[in-house]
Design a protein around this ligand. Structure first.
Ligand code: V47
Ligand code: SF4
Length: 397
């Protein structure tokens, strides 16, 4: 790919630290950066530098293409046996009157609500409770597939799988095969938090460990299946914890190639046990997307989850390595609104998503969960066409 003027200016800047110049040259030559270089980026690299590098990689992989899908969530319950300090669902928080625990029929009714709509994915994730066990989820998945075979089921995380397989006394490999046979098609990226025990033991003590999270994804990938990965950042972790997290993902990806998308999740501090911890700045959020794009050279996609990060930051992130902004959601998820995200009823129509992407100067592509093309919106004109890529200044006489 042609090197942009920005990249050339950056490489020829005599004030650039030699170590940062070396990283830029590695990126230019498609070489992998080291753990130490990852930490150095977090410690020393300013936003403009990171944007140039990450955008170069993003455009090399995808050009202007920016992906989204039509999806909805089912959150079986907002109560949980665990007590993650950052979570507004955890058991200490649950002494409130707005808890829900959906039955199987209630979850199937949610699926049926979308019968006439062109959604392609249901994303199922919520709290962990004993009644939702292997038998329950197997039946749920198979009944959803029986009702609507074309709806992709992306469901649960190693947090739930570790808990239900342990209760059922079955190995991860056996359990994941059972889920696949029942209709599970991919795994979302949740439950990863920060793998390093120095942090995990403080914020998410009792649930699956980092190694167990990775082992369950590995078993799933061995079945030929795909999954995502997240990282909950911007709380008590240090930069080396973030790099360690991405290093472990990069190593597993080298082994299996099963991950599709990396999703950095910004810690939101409302109504949880870490409300005293300030949230990261937008500058830090953008730096973090960019460093993820540079570090995870073997991941195809970096996603900014607009419901959590806000629409404006999602647009900005498209210049910092991000090529995916998740989907329509239809106000079916509460995880982030309960934790203080700007979007209190997260829902965007296809038109709004297309407009948001076009207004950021990018090329909207509706994908399915596995990144197959559903609709190319670049030449698609809605009745009220969206604004052009760059605004013209008004002429004042
Ligand atoms: O595992 C919980 C996180 C995750 C907070 O795979 C919080 O496509 C920030 O994984 N502040 C669930 N984060 C959501 C998730 C996800 C979302 C969108 C797309 C995909 C995908 C996956 O939310 C949890 C946890 O890490 N979380 N509370 C909080 N206060
Ligand atoms: Fe439960 Fe997940 Fe919240 Fe932890 S993050 S308390 S496991 S819902």
């Amino acid at each position: 790919m042609e090197v942009s003027d920005n990249f050339l200016v950056l490489l020829n800047n005599p004030q650039l630290l030699p170590a940062l110049k070396q990283i830029a040259e590695k990126v230019l030559h498609n070489q992998r950066i080291t753990f130490e270089e990852g930490v150095l980026l977090y410690e020393k690299a300013e936003l403009g530098y990171l944007g140039v590098l990450a955008n170069y990689i993003r455009e090399q992989k995808h050009g202007d293409k920016t992906y989204f899908n039509r999806n909805f969530h089912i959150e079986p319950t907002n109560l949980c046996v665990y007590d993650c300090k950052f979570c507004s669902y955890s058991r200490l928080i649950k002494q409130r009157s707005d808890g829900w625990e959906y039955t199987m029929e209630e979850m199937l009714d949610i699926v049926k609500k979308y019968d006439e709509q062109p959604v392609t994915e249901v994303h199922i994730v919520g709290g962990v409770l004993p009644q939702y066990d292997v038998a329950f989820y197997s039946e749920l998945f198979s009944r959803i597939k029986a009702h609507r075979p074309d709806l992709h089921i992306k469901a649960l995380t190693p947090v739930e799988y570790h808990y239900i397989f342990k209760k059922a006394k079955i190995e991860y490999a056996t359990g994941m095969k059972l889920m696949k046979d029942a209709g599970l098609e991919s795994m979302p990226g949740g439950g990863a938090e920060i793998f390093h025990p120095e942090v995990r033991d403080l914020i998410a003590k009792d649930k699956c460990t980092g190694d167990q999270w990775l082992a369950i994804h590995e078993e799933w990938h061995k079945l030929g299946m795909r999954s995502n990965a997240t990282m909950l950042y911007g709380h008590i972790e240090k930069f080396y914890h973030r790099v360690d997290h991405m290093e472990q993902l990069r190593q597993l990806q080298d082994k299996t190639s099963g991950f599709q998308t990396f999703i950095p999740l910004k810690f939101r501090n409302q109504d949880n046990q870490m409300s005293n911890v300030p949230e990261s700045t937008v500058v830090e959020d953008l730096r973090n997307y960019a460093i993820a794009r540079i570090y995870l050279d073997n991941f195809d996609h970096i996603k900014a989850y607009w419901a959590m990060i806000s629409r404006t930051t999602a647009q900005l992130s498209l210049n910092f390595g991000v090529d995916d902004i998740d989907g329509t959601l239809d106000d079916t998820t509460k995880i982030y609104s309960m934790a203080g995200a700007e979007e209190q009823k997260p829902a965007m129509s296809t038109e709004e998503l297309v407009e948001l992407i076009k207004n950021a100067g990018r090329y909207p592509i509706e994908r399915d969960t596995l990144y197959n093309l559903v609709t190319d919106y670049n030449d698609y004109h809605f009745p009220d066409e969206v604004k052009p890529r760059f605004y013209k200044l008004p002429v004042i006489n």
